[in-house]
Design a protein around this ligand. Sequence first.
Ligand code: SAH
Length: 320
Amino acid sequence: MKHFPIYRSLMAAVSLRRAVAIRLLGRRHRDFRAECDFTVDPRAIEMGAKSEVKNDMQATLNKHKTVEGHQGHVAFVGAGPGDPELLTLKACKALEAADVVIHDRLVTPEILELARREAVLIDAGKEGFGPSMSQDDINALIVTHAKTGAQVVRLKGGDPTVFGRLDEEIDAVTEAGIGWHVVPGITAASASVAAIGQSLTKRGRNASARLLTGHDMKGFADHDWRALAQPGEVAAIYMGKKSARFIQGRLIMQGADRATPVTVIENASRPDQRILATTLDALPSALTEADITGPALMFYGLSPRETQAGLTRIQQQELA
Ligand code: SAH
C-alpha cells in the first residue's frame, strides 16, 4: 500500500494528459505522450498544482500540433512473397515505426505481427464479402492518414514496383504534398525461381526474362507472343491463372513448341507452397486438376531442376 499515492497521481496525470490530447492522432500523439512522460511530475497534481500541470500540458500540445517535423510520411514497402524471413531489414524498421499500416490481401498475418502493437492495421484488399476497395478509395485512405501527421506504411505483397499500382498512389501522395519513399521487396518471380532451383537468366539459354501479367485493366493482357514463342525464352507470368488458356492459345498460334515446360508455383515461400511442373500443351488441364487457389506464378520456359533436393509431392509425381 506504500506505493498507492504515487500510483494514484500517475493515473491522475495520465487522465489529464488524455483529456488534453483529445483529437491528437498518430505520430503527434506519440511524441506528445513521450514528452509529457518526461516533463510532468505526477506528484505535482497530488500537491494541488493540477491547473499548472494542465497548462504545461496544453503548451506541449500546442507545440506538437504545429511543429513542422510532425508531418506525415508514406513508405511504400515491399512485404515479399509471404515468408517473414524474406522481408528486408528496412521493411522491418518501417513496420516498427509505422502508426498506420495499409496492406493488401497478399500480405501474410506473420508479417503484420511485426507492426507495433499500437499501429492501426487496415486491410485495403478485402475480397470474399463485398467488392474490394477501389484504387481511388485506397489513395484517399493513404492521404487522409498521412495528413494527420502519421507515419504510414503502404505494405504491398512482393515488390511494390511490380504490378502494384504504385504510381497511382505516389501521384496521389505527391499531389497532397506528402513525402514518400519506396522500400523494395522480393518479388514473386524471385521467390518462385528459387523454389524450383533455377536461374531467371542463364548463359546460353536466355539473356533476358520477362515479367508479364495475365490480365490488365482491359481483360486478358496482350504481349509480344511471337517473340516469346521462340525457343529458350523465359517469362514469369503474374496473375495468369484465369488467362492460362488464352496465353497457351496465343503462344501455340505463334509457333511455340507444345512441349515447352511451364511450372506453376503456388504460395511461393509459404509453408503451403506447391509446385506444378507441366507443359504448354497440358497447362489449362493441369491447373484445373491441381485446383490452385492461392496466389500462383507461372514460369513459361522453365522446369524445376531435377536434381533439386526436397521436391514437393506434386512435383515428384510430375517428374516421375
Ligand atoms: N507486387 C507483387 C505482385 C502483385 S500481382 C510481387 O512483386 O510479387 C499479384 C500476383 O503476384 C499473384 O496473382 C501471383 O501471380 C503473384 N504472387 C504474389 N505472391 C505470390 C506467391 N507467394 N507465390 C506465387 N505467386 C505470387
